[in-house]
Design a protein around this ligand. Structure first.
Ligand code: HPA
Ligand SMILES: [Zn+2]
Length: 319
């Protein structure tokens, strides 16, 4: 099992059907069905939005700090078995606030699970780009009383039609608070979303970024500046961003010298955890041990942990 850092993981996207049913029963939340096969059958997507519709529809089962604790503990236990040494975990506070869950319960549950795991963990607060910059600023304001519980901000949800630029001010505020800045860009949106995330938001890392390959000048810049790109191969196939894993641009990105790493995004929905992603890269793309080890080393270079810890994890990667 390759040791790796997982830097693109939405904790809400680790909600497996079994836990969905369990939490719905515990909290008295009605589901359309409790049949696990019927629930799994819905995990068939045509694009990002068709996934987001189901992802948001399932989240009202999360109500208490215990729910967030259980969700996060289950992910961390699975991640540990997948070789994950370091996880920088996204969450979507606007969804939970919208469902009437206090932010304190969300922070308490997630970070409580962090304390009981051997995996090195930190939390990144994501703004929902389709709700706009005003709602993002309001969310940051509500989260600042919990400032010590998270290390950065990100930008997720429906990409096309919701470019980065309007979020410049809230990203500036986040930077002033000493928070790291990442953003989803270049998943369904074009290279200009990646460029704006760097130039306008000051993003230190790009989530997905695969459509950057359409712009050679941008590729040269990403290589020269060694901007980390958190690529999610099984996600890209599940959301039909690429037709087949065999067509994925990840090997080309590696050949270009980009700082790419492998992540599971929403593993309960996309067919696997980070070890499953590595296995698929080996099986379907024929990637070699050397290439996979480079991806693992890149993940540690790309993470926000202290340099000594990064060096110790990197030294564990074979080759
Ligand atoms: O893969 C994703 N892309 C954009 N937004 C998201 N929110 C959860 N998962 C995703
Ligand atoms: Zn994502």
């Amino acid at each position: 099992m390759l040791p790796t850092a997982e830097l693109h993981l939405h904790i809400e996207g680790t909600l497996e059907p079994e836990m969905l049913v369990e939490l719905a029963a515990r909290n008295g939340v009605a589901l359309a069905t409790s049949d696990l096969d019927e629930l799994r059958a819905k995990y068939d997507f045509s694009d990002l939005q068709s996934f987001l519709d189901l992802y948001y529809a399932n989240l009202p089962v999360l109500r208490t700090d215990q729910d967030f604790y259980d969700l996060t503990s289950a992910y961390l236990a699975r991640a540990e078995r997948a070789g994950v040494r370091r996880a920088e975990i996204f969450f979507d506070p606007q969804v939970h606030l919208g469902n009437g869950v206090p932010l304190g319960a969300v922070f308490e549950g997630i970070t409580g699970a962090f304390q009981n795991s051997p995996v090195s963990t930190d939390l990144i607060l994501c703004f929902l780009r389709d709700l706009g910059p005003g709602a993002a600023a309001e969310t940051l304001r509500k989260a600042l009383p919990f400032r010590e519980r998270f290390i950065g901000v990100g930008l997720d949800s429906a990409e096309v039609g919701h470019p980065p630029a309007p979020f410049a001010e809230v990203y500036q505020q986040a930077a002033a608070e000493g928070l790291h800045r990442v953003a989803h860009a270049g998943e369904e949106g074009g290279p200009e979303y990646v460029r704006d995330a760097l130039d306008v938001l000051g993003a230190e890392r790009i989530d997905h970024g695969i459509r950057a390959v359409e712009d050679p000048e941008l590729v040269a810049r990403l290589r020269d500046e060694q901007v980390p790109l958190t690529v999610c191969p099984l996600s890209n196939v599940a959301l039909r961003v690429v037709d087949r894993l065999a067509d994925h641009v990840l090997p080309a990105m590696l050949r270009e010298g980009l700082l790419v790493c492998v992540n599971s995004d929403d593993p309960a929905y996309f067919g696997g955890y980070v070890d499953d992603n590595f296995a698929a890269l080996r099986g379907d793309l024929g990637m070699t041990d050397e290439q996979l080890a480079l991806l693992a080393r890149n993940s540690f270079d790309a993470c926000f942990a202290p340099d000594e810890e990064k060096a110790a994890w990197k030294a564990e990667v074979p080759g």
